[in-house]
Design a protein around this ligand. Structure first.
Ligand code: GCB
Length: 668
């Protein structure tokens, strides 16, 4: 029988914990968040050529003045050639890319490893796609014949030798476009690549994108050829102190191009994105209002665009000014609201010149009143579960509609109407399927352990990642909560950072609620207190107080749940955003035997009973639906690289706790 008397500090028992001081020892990547045009960081380019030149000079055992001079001149010329791209606006966000005319570039891509991140080998940049001109020519890398990786996919789980690889890989995709059309524009769209991507096309650098979970695009119109196009993307999968996430996280760092890659084709002037939502102040009106913003890209402006919702007999002309942007309002009579019980979606069409884009959009409101969350004006209890964006059966990143169906099927069987998409933006397929299936969503950024809160650069990265997520999912009725951080220590730099981020997110989107998974005040004291209090200052900025609490697993015993009460300083709804414990599916013992299914079920029983008494409890998302890959979990024969807190094993087998939670949700 296990004794719990010697269990000390819950926080200290974790494999790693946020001390609130992200170390400042990361390298200084030049790109500051998001799509960065090449040329934005001139020092990087100059440094790189300097490095190549100096490297050559230093290493050349037979120095030849002329040769070195030529190399320097050609490097400077290459620098000038590159900077001519700087002037061009290449990166632009394209919303709803999956539903546009496109060529899917998924499949087998050739690759070259670049473990030292030199970007060039034998003095030739890898993105030049060089091949020896003749038998005496020397090129020190090759895509032909090359090794291949599937895109989308995590490189780690495709080849044993790449399992823990975290440096650079250059991917290449060749394609022809025989029907190349001069009246069109072309964009490379990447659903996500983890973490830092250098995008090049037909030998030109287009830019760098930072952030492993959000989409980005670059325009390639004037570089396209009918034959022999080569798209080369270098992906650096490294963890760094100045990245988001930072160096240590309790999930597997799946590197590479992990989501779809498309070549999107648009008219010269086209609808690049739109933001459409029900105006919550008109919820109870007979004629409700739908607010929208439309963004056009191209030269054909000003012009008139049309917005249609045929099923509601809505057709509205809107004038778009020279800035390519306009706001509009639609009057909607007899609008059916979107809800989990009735996930009604309307076909919304936007027509601008020769461009037509359509999307299935649901209309709902979400707000709080006192300690309640109101969906369409009615209190809702969020019966949720946390999720990582992995398919445990395939043991890799999720990246398809089938992967999304698998987890949504399990969540529905559990009785859920809500998912917490932890700890970073999940694949768009999942968000869209959730909308069709009536599942509400919490979405978040990896603002997790060890973030450099003091760094303005890191704050910019966080803003950029949020912007990209909102650009992608603003129109999704399923998505109701933006969470700005997970379990971060309350220190002044972090409070300032998160406060500014909260304001920023609200300035982009006022149609959703804000939350963050917070810690109790009794941080490092184990579990002696009978009353848990919550006074994290960031809660002032949030709509919902969310808390992670592992009493019974990280310290304390499940039985102690009976003695605890919770005291929130604020009149706001509460979500228990994490609780749980680990169990190896198939391992049985009595309810005090750690790692047994019985022990996990016991934690669930006691925790649920404890949390259910919280005044203002509006939902819970226990940790977690499925066992997930984590390098922090190495207990042999129990974990073997898996965090075992799932209710379902990596083989798809349900553990006892699954049924404990299901029973509770059936009763709610
Ligand atoms: C947490 C973290 C989550 C971990 C979990 C655990 O509090 O938010 O990312 O995986 O605990 O298993 O310890």
């Amino acid at each position: 029988m296990r004794s719990f008397t010697n269990v000390q500090d819950d926080e200290e028992k974790r494999p790693y914990n946020d001390d609130g001081n992200g170390d400042d020892n990361g390298n200084n990547d030049v790109s500051v968040g998001g799509c960065v045009k090449i040329g934005t960081p001139p020092f990087f380019i100059i440094n790189k050529y300097y490095y190549i030149c100096v490297g050559y000079i230093m290493n050349n055992t037979n120095p030849n003045g002329m040769r070195i001079k030529n190399i320097i001149i050609s490097a400077m010329l290459a620098l000038l050639a590159n900077s001519s791209i700087d002037a061009q606006e290449r990166n632009i966000f394209i919303g709803n890319a999956l539903n546009r005319t496109n060529i899917c570039l998924n499949g087998k891509w050739e690759y070259v490893l670049d473990p030292f991140r030199t970007e060039s080998m034998g003095n030739t940049q890898i993105y030049r796609n060089a091949v020896p001109r003749d038998k005496s020519d020397r090129v020190e890398y090759s895509f032909n014949p090359a090794q291949t990786l599937w895109v989308p996919g995590s490189w780690n789980t495709q080849k044993p030798e790449l399992m823990y690889y975290e440096s650079n890989i250059w991917y290449r995709r060749l394609f022809d476009k025989p029907d190349l059309d001069d009246s069109k524009r072309y964009f490379v769209y990447v659903g996500a690549a983890n973490y830092l991507s250098t995008v090049t096309f037909n030998g030109k650098r287009l830019g760098r994108h930072e952030g492993g979970f959000t989409p980005f695009c670059y325009e390639v119109t004037d570089l396209m050829k009918k034959e022999g196009n080569f798209l080369i993307i270098g992906v650096d999968g490294g963890r760094r102190a100045d990245r988001i996430p930072a160096e240590v996280a309790d999930w597997f760092n799946h590197g590479g191009i992990t989501r779809d890659v498309l070549l999107v084709e648009t008219p010269k002037t086209f609808v690049s994105n739109y933001y459409i939502a029900l105006d919550k102040s008109t919820l109870n009106s007979k004629v409700r209002k739908i607010n929208g913003t439309l963004l056009l890209s191209g030269k054909d402006m000003p012009q008139t665009a049309r917005v249609q919702i045929p099923e509601l007999k809505i057709e509205k002309s809107v004038s778009v000014g020279t800035d390519g942007k306009t706001d509009f309002t639609l009057d909607a009579k007899r609008l059916q609201l979107w809800s989990p019980e009735n996930p009604k979606l309307y076909d919304v069409r936007i027509i601008a010149g020769s461009d037509t884009i359509s999307d299935l959009i649901g209309f709902r409101t979400i707000e709080t009143k006192g300690k309640q969350i109101l969906l369409n004006g009615e209190p809702v209890f969020l019966k949720g579960i946390c999720l990582h964006d992995e398919n445990p059966l395939r043991r890799t990143r999720a990246n398809s509609i089938e992967d999304a169906r698998l987890v949504i099927g399990w969540a529905k069987e559990l009785g859920c109407n809500f998912l917490r998409l932890a700890h970073y933006p999940h694949q768009e397929n999942l968000v869209r399927l959730a909308e069709k299936e009536g599942i509400l969503l919490w979405e978040e950024l990896p603002l997790y352990w060890g973030i450099q809160w003091h760094s303005p650069k890191v704050l910019e990265k966080a803003k950029q990642q949020f912007k990209e997520l909102i650009d992608r999912d603003y129109n999704r009725a399923s998505s109701i909560i933006w969470s700005i951080a997970n379990e971060t220590a309350v220190v002044p730099d972090r409070n300032k950072f998160l406060s500014e981020l909260a304001d920023y997110v609200r300035s982009l989107d006022s149609t959703r609620l804000l939350s963050a998974a917070c810690k109790k005040d009794q941080g490092r004291d184990g579990h002696p207190d009978a009353v848990y209090t919550y006074n994290d200052p960031i809660m002032q900025k949030l709509d919902i107080i969310s808390l992670n609490e592992y009493l019974g697993w990280y310290g304390g015993s499940p039985a102690e749940c009976r003695d605890k009460t919770f005291k929130m300083g604020l009149e706001k709804p509460v979500i228990v955003s994490e609780f749980g414990g680990g169990a190896l599916q198939g391992l049985h013992g009595d309810k005090e035997t750690v790692w047994s299914e019985e022990f996990q079920a016991y934690i669930y029983e006691e925790s649920i009973a404890m949390f259910d008494k919280i005044d203002g409890l509006s939902g819970m998302t226990p940790w977690i639906l499925c066992d997930f890959m984590s390098p922090l979990r190495q207990l042999h024969q129990v974990q073997d690289g898996w965090n075992r807190k799932g209710l379902i094993s990596e083989k798809g087998m349900k553990k006892q706790a699954f049924y404990v939670l299901k029973k509770y949700y059936e009763s709610k």
